[in-house]
Design a protein around this ligand. Structure first.
Ligand SMILES: [Zn+2]
Ligand SMILES: [Zn+2]
Length: 321
């Protein structure tokens, strides 16, 4: 079954660069499926393990460390820095953020940024690579929409045109190099936890369990948390701010997503370095940017401006604020 979405009128006006560029090959498509499904199966298989043998504190510690490390690579690096430019970073940190974000196995940096900029440009309209609302609002359409927004969109052949959506990254030699190194970084993110597990426990079994928990399960969990921002956070939650789309704040994912589930606030003010802008809204990524700023590694951070936020509050919420 194929759905051909008509190109939005805005796209035709936008100058010479088309929205899409070529198609994914069979090999590329197979790899996306492999990386999306194999870690998920690992996660399901993990449940009985939790009550028996094969899980120890070293595995838990390594899994937590690599989850936090690579999650922040995506949230602070790929998302807030490379996609939205919510701060400036010194060259060393810039390259490091591209490397660590790549270790989340969510695709190379340039493609990730291009897809996400396209998401904001067309949020919940035709042209959005992963809106849950493209099929309608009935229960069947929404189930289909959820699947599409969560994982299904990656199985489409269309590729976002990076020349149009991420020319700044393509113009940077260091970033292009990190982008090309994605296969190596993928191997590294899977192998390093296993090596550490083996060395810490001085056993092959320690390497096997660390590979299982801190490589496969950790990658799978982070995949699903990230994808939930695309699916759940465009379907369910609070919408205190005016946004042109269906983005919502979904508090249960605030810690696991390190602040990214304050997604309505993010769509209302995309370049802001903090997404959890209201009182009590935990945003671990914003805290790390704050630490980087204190260390002098980042500068010109776009912290939230109270007057900007107040102007974006929806009328009833504004009255009660
Ligand atoms: Zn969104
Ligand atoms: Zn964004």
């Amino acid at each position: 079954m194929t759905t051909t979405l008509p190109q939005p009128a805005a796209d035709r006006r936008d100058g010479p660069e088309p929205m899409l560029a070529g198609e994914k090959s069979d090999g590329q498509l197979a790899l996306v499926k492999l990386f999306a499904i194999v870690p998920l199966l690992a996660l399901v298989a993990a449940v009985p393990f939790a009550w028996g043998w094969g899980l120890g504190w070293v595995d838990v510690g390594l899994a937590l460390f690599f989850y936090t490390f690579t999650c922040l690579g995506v949230t602070v690096g790929f998302h807030r820095y490379f996609t939205h430019g919510s701060f400036k970073a010194k060259r060393g940190l810039r390259v490091a953020l591209a490397v660590v974000g790549s270790m989340a196995m969510q695709g190379p940096v340039v493609g990730w940024v291009a897809d996400h900029r396209r998401h904001h440009a067309y949020a919940d309209k035709e042209g959005d690579p992963h809106s849950p609302w493209l099929f309608g609002t009935g229960p069947v359409a929404l189930a289909k929409g959820f699947w599409h927004a969560h994982m299904g969109w990656m199985f489409e052949r269309e590729q976002t045109n990076a020349v149009r959506f991420a020319p700044d990254l393509l113009a940077d030699r260091d970033i292009r190099r990190v982008d090309r190194l994605f296969p190596v970084l993928t191997v590294a993110t899977l192998v390093v936890p296993a090596v550490l597990g083996g060395l810490i426990t001085m056993s092959w079994w320690g390497a096997v369990t660390a590979f299982f928990w801190a490589s496969l399960v950790r990658v799978a969990l982070l995949h699903h948390v990230t994808w939930s921002v695309n699916s759940i956070c465009h379907m369910i939650g609070d919408r205190p701010y005016e946004a042109r789309d269906k983005s919502a704040n979904f508090w249960p994912l605030a810690i696991a997503s390190m602040g990214e589930s304050w997604h309505n606030s993010h769509h209302a003010d995309p370049t802001c370095a903090r997404h959890g802008v209201r009182r009590g809204q935990l945003d671990i990524s914003a805290r790390l940017i704050w630490v980087f700023e204190k260390l002098g590694w980042v500068y010109r951070v776009r912290w939230p401006k109270p007057e900007r936020l107040a102007a974006k509050l929806k009328a009833p919420a504004r009255d009660h604020a």
